[in-house]
Design a protein around this ligand. Structure first.
Ligand code: AHR
Length: 326
């Protein structure tokens, strides 16, 4: 009897401690997701990675395999092939550029692993992926141009020559293609606008700083900086400061900056950046929801564009900046 009682007590303690937890079974219930992130080049990208890792967490039912490709497409291709080898349930891809994905996505399709594309788009056949979610980058560019045209008009400078310094993102990325196209179309339509130079800043602060610094050694006659992300703007501002040039609300050079991360918003509030064009990086919950819908047998829409806005130095408030999530 005493032995039976001891066995019962042992069993109870064992179960209450969770020692009987069948980890293999629990792990099986987690959805295994391989996420190929293109890099960590900007504040926007860090916010995006944080959003993805928080949403695809164990507590939300996921096992996340994360790979940072350090801004190299070949690393992304390698990561995806590793995910296929590991037979993950889903592959999520934040592609560095639009082209070059067809073969690897065909391999994922052959292995029956659904692929979700996030942030930038790809140029491969849509049959090769389940869904895409991200920004309308061309619309962001158009929003920026509309703001610039209105501002120039309000300042009574319609007939003035406008020399624009264009700091461009990574070539072939949807964000670069859309934002650049909006500027180039506007320059074609406004005969007294001209692109003083296009600098390939690759979305990084360091590269942009060097390029703008070197450009300013021979040319100070710019009226506008059109910077395709906030980090490149931070680099440009450092170069402008060193060159002793004034910019922003009360300065000589108008600055347009894409992303609207908190530090850029603060600079906008302080009058140093004229306008922040929003690009929303918080895709984690959206991707998690897409996966859950596929799990439930749904066929999600191929494309989902997120809503975005614009913040100008004239209307931005401290409250908006303080409540900024990223
Ligand atoms: O694809 C989104 C762009 O990529 C963001 O504008 C930029 O900051 C990031 O690196």
């Amino acid at each position: 009897m005493r032995k039976q009682l001891a066995a019962l007590v042992f069993l109870l303690v064992f179960l209450l401690c969770g020692c009987g937890r069948n980890t293999e079974l629990d792990d099986e219930r987690l959805i295994r997701v391989g996420f190929s992130q293109l890099g960590s080049e900007s504040d926007w990208r860090m916010a995006n990675t944080e959003s993805m890792t928080a949403a695809l967490s164990e507590k939300n039912g996921f096992e996340l395999l994360f790979d940072n490709a350090k801004q190299r497409q070949e690393n992304q291709l390698l990561a995806i092939r590793n995910f296929i080898q590991q037979d993950v349930d889903y592959i999520v891809l934040a592609p560095i550029m639009e082209s070059g994905w067809t073969d690897v996505l065909q391999e994922a399709k052959n292995a029956e692993i659904p692929v979700i594309i996030v942030d930038r788009q790809i140029s491969s056949d849509e049959e090769l992926y389940a869904s895409w979610v991200g920004s309308d980058f061309r619309a962001e560019g158009d929003r920026a141009i509309q703001w610039l045209e209105q501002t120039i008009h309000q300042q009574g400078r319609d007939d003035e020559k406008l020399r624009i310094l264009h700091i461009r993102g990574t070539d072939g990325a949807t964000a670069q293609i859309g934002r650049t196209a909006a500027l180039e179309d506007a320059v074609r339509e406004n005969e007294n606008w001209e692109i003083a130079a296009t600098l390939p800043g690759e979305y990084t602060e360091a590269k942009s700083y060097e390029l703008v610094r070197d450009f300013l050694k021979s040319d100070h006659r710019i009226n506008v900086i059109y910077s395709e992300n906030d980090n490149m703007t931070f680099g440009a501002i450092r170069a402008l400061d060193e060159a002793g040039l004034s910019y922003g609300k009360d300065g000589d050079i108008i600055i347009l900056s894409f992303d609207a991360v908190r530090d850029a918003m603060q600079l906008c509030l302080d009058g140093k950046i004229n306008v922040c064009i929003e690009c929303n990086p918080l895709h984690g919950p959206r991707v998690a929801e897409l996966i859950q819908r596929i799990e439930a047998g749904e066929k999600p829409e191929k494309q989902t564009f997120v809503e975005e806005g614009l913040f100008s130095t004239d209307t931005l408030t401290e409250e908006v900046v303080n409540n900024r999530e990223y």
